[in-house]
Structures are given as C-alpha cells and as structure tokens.
Design a protein around this ligand. Structure first.
Ligand code: FAD
Length: 489
C-alpha cells in the first residue's frame, strides 16, 4: 500500500456490527457532521480468527454477505465505496491508517470479550503511531458501564435493570443518514465480496431469502411495517408462533442495520407516552431492554458464553449423547412443537422466542444435554446469532444464568404446544407430516388411535418419531440430575 498523505488527513470508518448509514455515530463523527466535510475510507475487515469459535456461523455468514453487499452499494452511491479486507484487524487497521495517513479510526463499540481485547490491542498499536481509535455507542441504548444500581454495582437481575434504564429516560433522537460522503481519490485496493465465499455451498440457506432482506433498507422497511400496526398487537400476539406477531428485527439489530435508538424512536412515535412498566409500548420495549440486559451481563461477566454464571452448575451431571443432540438438531424429537421450532430454525435461520424457550428446555432438561451444545447449534444456524442474547438465553433456560428461570421448572412440551399453538398452525407449517392429524392429537401424535393415524396418512416411527424420552421420565431424570448437583455442591 503506497502512502497517500495529504494536507487534510482522512479518517478511517471501520464498520463492524453497525452495517448502516443512518444513526451511525462513528460515521457521523468521522465525517465531522452532516456536511460530510472530512474524507473517509470506509472499511470492513473479515477477521474470523480473532473471534475463534464465536466467528459468525453459517447462517450469520449468509446474512453478512448480503448485508455487506447492501452497505457497499449505499456507500458507493454516497461517494465513499466500502473497502473489503481480509486478515487480522490488529494488523490491517493500523496498516491502513498508516497507508492513507488517517489520524483517527472511528468505529462502533463492540462488547464481545474477544472484540474488547482486540480493540484494546488495536488502540495501543494506533496510539504508538500517534493515531487514535475512537469508539462510540452504536449498537446499544446505553453503555453497560453507564447503568449502575444504587450501590454502584452492575445489575444481576433484569427487572431493576429495566426500571433503571426507563428512569434514565429515552435515548437521544437518531441521527439522519448522510446524503453525500467524500471518499478517497485513490483508495487502496480491496477484495471482492464473492471471494470471501460467505454463502453456504449447498442449498441450505435458499429459503432464508423468502423471509429476510438483509441490509439497511430491509431493516428500515421491517421496522416501518412493524411500527405502522403490529406493534400495537404485540402484547396479545407475541407468544403465538403461528402468527408473525413479533418484530423480526433481531438479525437487523444484531448486524446493526438498524439501531436500538431507531427502534425506540419508531415505537415511541407509534405509541406515544412515557415508557414505564405498564405503558402501552412497554411490552415491546422491555424486550429491547432484555437485549440491553444481555449485553450488560456479558460486559460485566465475560465468561457468560462459556461457563455457568452460577458456580454450582459447574457440577451438573450432563449426559452428552451425540444421537440425542442430532435428533434435536434435526427436529426429530417426537415433540411436535419442538420439532417445528428446530425445523423453522433450519429452514429460515430463525425461531420464534417462545419456541426457543421450549426447544432449549427440552434439550437441557429432558435430554440432559449441556446448554453449550444447544447454544453452539443456535450459533451456527440463527441469522440473529448474538453472543450476548444467545448465551444469556441458554443460561436462562439452563437455570445457571443471571436472573435465570429455576431449573426445577420443567416445561411440559406437550402442554406448551397445546397452549401456544392451539390451532396447530405452527406445527402444521413446519412438520407437514402431521398436518392432517386432528387438533386434539397434534401435540401428542403417539396417543392418536389407529383410525386417526390412518386417516392422517401417518405411520409413527416411519413418518414421525415417538418422543425420544417420555415426558414424565424426562422430567424425573432432570430433577434427579439437579438433586445430584445440589448434593455435590
Ligand atoms: P421481538 O419480540 O420483536 O423483540 C424485539 C427485539 O428485542 C428483538 O429483535 C431482540 O433484539 C430483542 N429481544 C427480544 N427478546 C430478547 C431476549 N429474550 N433476550 C435478548 N434480546 C431480546 N436473540 C437474539 O437476538 N440472538 C440470539 O442469538 C438469541 N438466542 C436465544 C437463545 C435462546 C435459548 C433463547 C430462549 C432466546 C434467544 N434470543 C436471541 C432472544 C429472542 O428469542 C430473540 O431475540 C427473538 O425471538 C427475536 O425475534 P424478534 O426480533 O421478532 O423479537
């Protein structure tokens, strides 16, 4: 890379998990405001080694491909094309800053433990060369360090955390997208997105695009659509996996194609009023605060993705079993609501929240598989795979997290199915071999009498499995394992 210093040094804008132009504080700070006075070099670095096992999984890479394509188009249209570089960011970023003579590198702050350590090293490397890494709050409403309990400690329980967030008032208004940007006249050569081979080779992800439109435009459209109507019915419909009652914003939020501030502002505009528990917008916004809480916990307890936060769970007698794990992954556990969820995940890279809880519970309780194994599968197959939310979600289900559901509360997958999918719309959609069963047997096909099975064209064991473990037996084993752990502690 040749030197291209000029009298007014350009700035590097390093896109990471903020793949958008609107409400992007790093971009705004780099350009020096809306006038877009300063020349910038926008860059994305593919650095899978830094994240180790938490590099984006298959579904995440699919998303990233299209999101970068979209971001690249928008940036080029504004006059500052996106540079794609593969390599170790701690080498690439200081070298690029040096090559173009940038005194400052702007980026949105990341909260994953590996990213924090990497940013620390990069900041030091830049400083040693007289340059600065400038991080701004881009993907959260508040920095995890900004929210403190009365005693000055981080929160370990969600409700007081959410109340404290609400008491701090709504976030600042989102920043508009820049209309023009000034790129470099002769930017260093970059790579072609296609060469990164982010898309899976076989047809696995083909159906993702029927549900998702990665990129800022897709994110903005989805938010607008949700805020225009469905948000008002969110409280009533969010637990029904058979309807699209939730926002579907999670992958867009994860990749930062939209910011939580933008989400907050749109929902506030649709449902005005103070945001406090019980307010009309609260049910939805409190979920956005769960996201904040997950990041708060990840920041203060960086071991969250790896090990139980509650020490005693280190002694839990898991019984790893590859065949059981595989049956769960493939949606062949014999519990229709769980199998529907696991197949939705495989087909669309996403699963409804209620079903995530039921499916995860079956894995860690009835099947006694370590939550880390379930989290790893989710990591590879979710388009919204997010280290904070996924790790917190799994530890919540496993009983070992901050503010977790107690392990002894074992979901009954049959009753959960009957309660949340009473019409069977969800199960019939994703487990078509059960579609013709009458509602009363849909969540318990093994109880269907022979004529009902015949009429539905269903042969158990051949077309659809019986439960891999009977519910009462699974529950008993789970509670016994818990008792063993308590004794061991
Ligand atoms: P909505 O109901 O519309 O909620 C709006 C937004 O709030 C979501 O987009 C999301 O950003 C946030 N949110 C909602 N619920 C939660 C929650 N429980 N924890 C944290 N943030 C939340 N969410 C992820 O984004 N990535 C994950 O990898 C992930 N893994 C999970 C694993 C398990 C075992 C469980 C039980 C939950 C997990 N969740 C995860 C949380 C939740 O299931 C999804 O955020 C939600 O289903 C996304 O759909 P939505 O955008 O329609 O949500």
């Amino acid at each position: 890379m040749g030197a291209m210093h000029s009298s007014s040094p350009p700035a590097l804008v390093w896109f990471r998990q903020d793949l958008r132009l609107a409400d992007n504080p790093a971009l705004a700070a780099a350009t020096g405001g809306l006038a877009a006075a300063r020349r910038i070099l926008p860059v994305y670095v593919l650095d899978p080694d830094a994240a180790g096992r938490w590099a984006p999984g298959g579904a995440g890479r699919w998303w990233l491909h299209y999101s970068l394509e979209s971001l690249g188009r928008s940036l080029a249209a504004c006059g500052a094309p996106l540079l794609l570089v593969r390599g170790r960011a701690e080498i690439v970023i200081p070298a690029l800053a040096d090559a173009v003579g940038a005194a400052e590198v702007f980026a949105g702050r990341l909260y994953e433990p590996w990213a924090r350590e990497r940013d620390q090293r990069i900041a030091e490397a830049l400083e040693a060369a007289g340059r600065q890494l400038r991080l701004s709050t881009s993907s959260l409403l508040r920095e995890p360090t900004q929210v403190r309990s009365g005693s000055g400690k981080p929160y370990a329980v969600y409700t007081p955390f959410a109340k404290a967030m609400a008491a701090m008032g709504g976030p600042a208004a989102p920043l508009p997208a820049p209309e023009r940007l000034q790129g470099l006249e002769a930017p260093p050569p970059g790579e072609a997105l296609a060469d990164w081979a982010l898309l899976p080779r076989r047809g696995w992800a083909d159906a993702f695009a029927t549900v998702w439109t990665p990129g800022e435009a897709g994110a903005t459209a989805r938010l607008a659509e949700f805020a225009a109507g469905p948000v008002r019915q969110y409280a009533a419909r969010r637990n029904d996996p058979g309807v699209d009652g939730s926002s579907g914003l999670s992958p867009h939020l994860h990749w930062g194609e939209i910011s939580p501030r933008q989400v907050w502002a749109a929902v506030q505009a649709a449902m005005p009023g103070e945001v406090v528990p019980g307010a009309p917008a609260w049910t939805f916004l409190s979920e956005v605060l769960w996201r904040e809480f997950s990041y708060h916990v990840l920041w203060h307890r960086p071991g969250l993705p790896e090990a139980p936060l509650r020490q005693r769970y280190a002694a839990f007698p898991w019984a790893p079993d590859a065949a059981l794990l595989r049956a769960w992954e493939r949606g062949r556990t014999g519990y229709p609501i769980v199998d529907a969820g696991m197949r939705q995940l495989w087909r669309h890279g996403w699963m409804h929240n209620r079903v995530r809880m039921i499916a995860a519970s079956l894995l860690v309780k009835h099947l006694l598989q370590p939550w880390q194994h379930g989290a790893a599968w989710f990591w590879d197959t979710l388009v919204d795979a997010d280290l904070a939310a996924n790790s917190a979600g799994w530890q919540w289900v496993a009983g070992s997290g901050s503010d977790a559901a107690p392990y002894f509360r074992v979901f009954n997958p049959i009753l959960q199915g009957e309660k949340f999918d009473p019409s069977g719309r969800y199960v019939r959609r994703f487990v078509p071999e059960l579609a013709k069963l009458p509602d009363r047997y849909l969540h318990r096909p093994w109880e269907a009498p022979e004529p009902a099975l015949r009429e539905a064209g269903l042969i158990l064991d051949r077309d659809y499995p019986r439960p891999v473990v009977e519910h009462a037996e699974g529950r008993r084993r789970a509670l016994e394992a818990l008792a063993q752990m308590v004794t061991a502690a």
